[in-house]
Design a protein around this ligand. Structure first.
Ligand code: ADP
Length: 474
């Protein structure tokens, strides 16, 4: 049982009032973190604002070297961080260590990319002028992150922010603050100067509102629910902050009659059941061409049947608990709704009560239609609904019929068909014969209500930069 402190302007601050952090596998309290509010949120912004000019004026190479030291500090403790993550979030240890590596890849990538923030010169329309474009850091960035990727959602924002020359105030999810504090401790150890990174936990709405009202905060980068994203976007309007939002998803997974079924099954299992189905790019609905439905469904059920449920610290476990009881109830409700509307249960369908209250069996249902909740609302759990289609036009239309537009998956070995479907999907990310498209060097983000802006790649760095145009009269 540990007692964490806030990290503000290089100081570790304890508060009288604390909140408990649970292990979702056992429902035991594993730590407490300070219950911060307006005062602490404001103090963090003051620290980040004060640190900004010095951090901004370091050379890109100096910032890069500090980011790499942070990277090395994290790499040296991959297992410890992984364990901490499994205990507070629930994902299997192997997956947690995989996330630490993925999270760290953003530090390594942006440590390099930060050296390539190039400007432009533009030909003038008169002989006695010279036109230049420079890129400069936006300033203090507010970072608010969810619980499903306790490390990666932080580094995916903080690495490009720091590489660009910005300073940050972070509010991790209340369910998973321990990984965030651990990363902050390693940043301090690596020599990242005080005030450059600040971490505040506590009342989310109060902290968020304080940051949205503060004109010193020039950008908000948020990953979480569409509802809170919209709220923050409205809040950011008063001081016209830049906004990056990674919100909900409802990924369609399309298997055409030209798919390699083995590859499609493997891709669907990876994309559906990673983190027990709790990722915003998780497959939410599977559409299989009617000609290959039987073959796909049989192989898929056989694959899902093998997934082992249990406490993520146990060897060989592939599906950990869901984050809390509410999450379990939501999945159970969607299963019941689908059954009531005529779906057939092929596998699972119930809580995995022998492991604990928050566990859910990997579930596969067929005979699914678009009126069912699981085909319209984000599931965030291990439920795989299979529906069939007759034509590609039909499946594109059904896949696009959603307010969300984050990730979609298409499996087809027919190159023209595959490209044509991918191009017609209103989604920011398309995994073409690929169930795991996310990587540090590529742009991640959604169309429509799935968000604004991109994370990863050089696109992710631009989000933290202002463009300055200098017109020089000779
Ligand atoms: P989820 O449903 O996945 O928990 P949320 O959007 O509620 O998604 O949470 C994502 C992050 O947003 C968390 O860090 C949470 O504390 C934070 N959050 C929740 N409500 C607010 C709010 N009103 N203002 C700012 N941040 C919030």
């Amino acid at each position: 049982m540990t007692q964490e402190r806030l990290y503000i302007n290089g100081e570790w601050i304890a508060l009288q009032e604390n909140i408990e952090v649970n292990n979702p596998a056992t429902n035991e309290v594993i730590a407490t973190v300070p219950n911060g509010g307006e005062k602490e949120a404001e103090k963090a912004v003051a620290g980040a604002y004060e640190a900004f000019p010095t951090w901004k004026n370091k050379t890109a190479a100096e910032r890069s070297s500090l980011l790499m030291k942070w990277y090395e500090a994290i790499a040296a403790e991959e297992e410890e961080i992984g364990k901490l993550m499994t205990i507070e979030q629930g994902k299997p240890l192997n997956e947690a260590i995989g996330e630490v590596k993925y999270a760290n890849s953003f530090l390594a990538w942006y440590a390099e990319e930060g050296k390539r923030i190039y400007g432009e010169t533009i030909p003038a329309s008169v002989p006695n002028k010279r036109l230049f474009v420079q890129k400069q850091p936006v300033g203090v960035v507010a970072v608010i992150t969810p619980w499903n990727f306790p490390a990666a959602m932080i580094t995916r924002k903080v690495a490009p922010a720091l590489a660009a020359g910005c300073t940050v105030v972070i509010k991790p999810a209340e369910q998973t603050p321990l990984t965030a504090f651990k990363l902050a401790k390693l940043a301090e150890k690596a020599g990242i100067p005080k005030g450059v990174i600040n971490v505040v936990t506590g009342n989310a709405a109060e902290i968020g509102e304080t940051w949205m009202k503060d004109s010193r905060v020039r950008k908000i980068s948020f990953t979480g629910s569409t509802e809170v994203g919209k709220l923050l976007m409205r809040g950011a309007a008063d001081t016209v902050k830049k906004v990056s939002l990674e919100l909900g998803g409802h990924a369609p997974f399309i298997v055409t009659e030209h798919a390699n079924i083995e590859k499609a099954v493997e891709g669907a299992i990876t994309s559906k059941f990673r983190n027990a189905g709790q990722t915003c790019v998780c497959t939410n609905r599977i559409y299989v061409h009617e000609a290959v439905e039987k073959e796909f469904t049989e192989a898929f059920v056989a694959g899902v049947e093998k997934l082992r449920v249990g406490n993520g610290l146990e060897e060989g476990v592939e599906i950990g608990p869901l984050i809390d009881e509410k999450a379990v109830k939501k999945v159970a409700y969607q299963i019941q709704d689908a059954k009531d509307k005529g779906a057939s249960l092929l596998l699972g369908g119930d809580q995995s009560a022998e492991h604990g209250e928050n566990f859910m069996q990997p579930t596969v249902i067929s005979n699914v239609n678009d009126s069912m909740l699981c085909m319209r609302e984000e599931t965030f759990g291990p439920l795989a609904p299979i529906s069939t289609f007759k034509t590609n036009e039909e499946v594109i239309q059904r896949a696009n019929h959603s307010p969300y537009g984050l990730a979609a998956y298409v499996f087809s070995e027919h190159i023209s068909e595959a490209i044509s479907i991918a191009e017609n999907l209103e989604y920011g990310i398309v995994g073409l014969n690929d169930g795991l498209p996310s990587t540090a060097q590529a742009p991640f983000g959604g169309f429509k209500e799935s968000g604004l802006g991109r994370e990863g790649g050089h696109h992710g760095l631009d989000e933290f930069l202002e463009i300055k145009y200098i017109s020089l009269g000779l």
